[in-house]
Design a protein around this ligand. Structure first.
Ligand code: ADP
Ligand code: MG
Length: 748
């Protein structure tokens, strides 16, 4: 016998060289039985190697004994039940069972397969230590036709179990596992040998307390579900069905057919969660979602939920399954029904507003089509109560503002960022004489040229976000007249605080100014007037006697005639001046008649020309248009213009120009404009002009301009003074041709 190294490299207690000894030691006659029995016999080491075999075994397998020595036990069999066999061998070793009986397929040396019955038992020594296995192998008796069929049907049954995608587990009535198919192994992660012989609840008892003992599992009649732990620790869910194994009319055991429904359950749970989520969303939405369909001529609600529904005082159960007339008051139901019909008939865009219990909401309906037919209508409703309230409030505020803007006497204008007009109100048109159409999209034409700087400053302040309030200044009317105004301007900002335009409120304060001035001046004037009247009387009386005596003396003093003439003319002049004072006190003393202004002005110029030449001043008189005659006092107008021109000449230190231009404003207003390029008047002094005794000149009287104002006033005209320090002065005298619509009458 060849010595072969032990392939497992362990000391076996059964040394093949000692086998004979072993056999003879066990039983003297055993060796001969072993050798000569017709049954194939073999000794197999504890490690599963062929150690010894008799001649029957050699002829059964076709191998010589030497060929087999140290081959693995399994090498001679088809591997189909290798695992099962291993499990049984372990049981033999542990002493759980005493013998194994199996049917196996022997692979003969020539390659033929021979069905054999195989018995195996363990031989132990006197100390009960395992020595080796002894195995008997016999060919299976040839099968009868019946047996053949039975075997085939068993194969079919086996194949059904083996290849079934469902996990199948067989157990006896005590719940002990008898058989497990590969699908079941896959589901649970255990192999067959881990499971066979175990109580079934061992595998899922922990997870399902309510199931209790294995018996209970076995007794389940209907489909049921179990949560079991996979070998890897994960929890899986099984859908199970028990099928009883009935043999000869008695139940021997149960098939447990299991399906892993973990994923299926997960999917179902996700679906449930999604549905719940949808339901919650519909319920918790601020608005309301509803559906309805037409059934037997009525619109029946199939869905209705959302917070709005509860605010309206309803619950879904009040709406679901009901038609409009069961839900709403009759008049509302009729109204809503008309919209429902429209949508049911396919109108894609139906919207309506409903007000109920103080809540206004907007519903939009959308038909749902199936196979080209409307099967349902879905409606979404939003609460618009607040929006409505705000809209009404806004509209009212807007109307209020508009009416305020258009009825106020203040001129209001709204300008864009480039200071171009967006809108002006009626008062604006009235005060400045422009029609709003003439102003739209252009810059305001109301700044006098000399206030260009002021305009610039105003817009710079506005652009810097500052406000201008109550600025008292002057503006130009369309007809060229100046208006005294109080200006308030504010930047308009959007909600982000960015400036997007300007708003201006301009108040016409001409009248106020005039009244103020009058009030102020009239104090001084009346004092001056009374003074003048008193003085005039006091002076005129002695003057009369002086003149009388002078005339008396004149006849006696021949040769000194020249002196007398001078004295008399000087006296006349004093008398005239004194009379002028009387005019101030009593303007009614002026005598009016129709006169030609051109003639009056030409006389004034002729009178002052010599003096102008002396001062090196150019005096120009220009008529821009044909001037009609006017009713006036010639003498007083001469006095007026002499005063103005004289002041102008006195304002020109050297070399200058005085230009008088006469033009017709409209049909019956004459403007005489006197412009000089003299020293000008500081702004703060302007309003003092015309006050009696206000003068800046060493030998001035401060009465000239006061007389001028008086004369113009007596003629129902106006006089404005504009001046720029160091540049010159412009004085406009406006005289109506028919003062006060003929109130002042021509005196004869
Ligand atoms: P008077 O000429 O006697 O000073 P007026 O009443 O005529 O009195 O004038 C009052 C003041 O007004 C003058 O002193 C002068 O300061 C100022 N004024 C009048 N006209 C002009 C003018 N064209 N240019 C500059 N200052 C003027
Ligand atoms: Mg003067």
């Amino acid at each position: 016998m060849n010595r072969v190294n032990n392939p497992l490299n362990v000391t076996t207690s059964a040394d093949p060289d000692n086998i004979q000894g072993l056999l003879s030691r066990t039983e003297p006659s055993f060796a001969s039985i072993f050798e000569y029995t017709t049954v194939g016999m073999a000794l197999i080491s504890l490690h599963g190697h062929w150690m010894r075999m008799n001649s029957s075994m050699c002829s059964l397998s076709g191998y010589a004994e030497e060929d087999l020595l140290y081959k693995e036990l399994h090498e001679l069999f088809l591997p189909d039940e290798k695992i099962k066999m291993r499990a049984r061998i372990s049981q033999l070793l542990s002493g759980d069972i005493r013998t194994i009986h199996m049917e196996k397929k022997l692979i003969q040396k020539e390659g033929n397969i021979l069905g054999v019955e195989c018995d195996m038992s363990l031989v132990r020594d006197a100390y009960n230590q395992p020595l080796y296995f002894i195995s008997q192998i016999r060919p299976l008796p040839p099968k009868s036709e019946m047996e053949q069929k039975l075997a085939e049907s068993e194969q079919r049954y086996k194949s059904l179990i083996e290849h079934n995608p469902a996990g199948i587990l067989t157990c006896d009535l005590n719940g002990l596992i008898k058989n497990v198919n590969p699908a079941m192994e896959r589901i649970l992660g255990y192999i067959e040998s881990d499971m066979i012989g175990q109580p079934v609840n061992h595998f899922w008892g922990k997870e399902n307390e309510d199931i209790g003992s294995s018996d209970n599992v076995v007794m389940q009649a209907d489909n049921y579900m179990l949560r079991v732990s996979h070998k890897n620790g994960g929890i899986i869910e099984l859908g199970l069905k028990n099928v009883p194994i009935i043999v000869n009319g008695t139940i021997e055991g149960v098939y447990l057919i299991a399906r892993d429904i973990t994923q299926h359950n997960k999917d179902r749970e996700s679906l449930r969660v999604a549905q719940q989520d949808l339901h919650d969303t519909v319920r918790r939405q601020q608005g309301m979602t509803m559906k309805f369909r037409q059934m037997r001529g009525k619109f029946i609600h199939t869905l209705c939920d959302g917070e709005l529904l509860y605010r309206l005082g309803y619950k879904p159960s009040n709406i679901l399954g009901n038609d409009l007339y069961k839900i709403w008051p009759f008049y509302m139901a009729v109204n809503i029904e008309s919209y429902y019909s429209k949508s049911w008939n396919g109108d894609q865009n139906v919207m309506y507003e409903t007000t109920f219990r103080g809540i206004t909401y907007l519903t939009s309906l959308r038909p749902i089509y199936e196979n080209g037919r409307v099967v349902e209508v879905i409606g979404s409703c939003v609460d618009i109560t607040e929006r409505k309230r705000m809209e009404t409030e806004l509209r009212e505020t807007k109307e209020l503002l508009e009416s305020f803007i258009n009825n106020t006497t203040d001129a209001i204008c709204v300008l864009d960022l480039h200071a171009c007009v967006i809108s002006v109100n009626t008062a604006y048109e009235q005060i400045f004489g422009w029609h709003s159409n003439e102003l739209l999209n252009r810059t305001l034409p109301i700044y006098p040229a000399y206030l260009e700087e002021q305009r610039r400053e105003i817009y710079e302040m506005l652009k810097a976000g500052k406000q201008i309030s109550g600025l008292e200044t002057v503006r130009l009317r369309k007809d060229g007249q100046l208006v005294h105004v109080s200006v308030t301007k504010t930047p308009i900002k959007n909600e982000k605080g960015e400036i997007i335009g300007f708003a201006g409120i301009t108040r016409d304060i001409t009248e106020r100014k005039r009244t103020e001035e009058l009030l102020r001046k009239s104090d001084k004037l009346s004092v001056a007037g009374q003074l003048a009247a008193g003085l005039a009387h006091e002076i005129r009386n002695p003057l009369t006697s002086l003149r009388g005596f002078l005339q008396l003396l004149q006849s006696d003093m021949k040769g000194k005639q020249h002196y007398f003439d001078i004295m008399l003319s000087e006296l006349d002049r004093i008398n005239f001046i004194v009379s002028e004072f009387l005019v101030i006190a009593k303007p009614e003393a002026i005598h009016y008649k129709k006169s030609d202004l051109q003639g009056i002005l030409q006389t004034v110029v002729a009178l002052l020309e010599t003096q102008a030449v002396l001062c090196n001043v150019e005096l120009i008189l220009e008529f821009e248009s044909e001037i009609p005659e006017l009713i006036c006092s010639e003498m007083h107008l001469k006095q007026l213009f002499i005063n103005l021109v004289k002041n102008a000449m006195e304002a020109i230190p050297k070399d200058g120009q005085i230009k008088m231009t006469v033009s017709l404003q409209g049909t019956d207003l004459i403007r005489v404009r006197t412009v000089d390029n003299g020293c000008g008047i500081p702004e703060e002094r302007l309003k003092q002009l015309g006050e009696p005794f206000y003068t800046t000149k060493e030998k001035g009287t401060g009465l000239g301009l006061m007389m001028c104002f008086k004369i113009v006033e007596a003629h129902k005209g106006t006089m404005t003074i504009q001046s720029q320090l160091g540049e010159g002065t412009m004085i406009d005298v406006f005289l109506p041709t028919q003062p006060n619509n003929g109130e002042i009458v021509e005196s004869t």
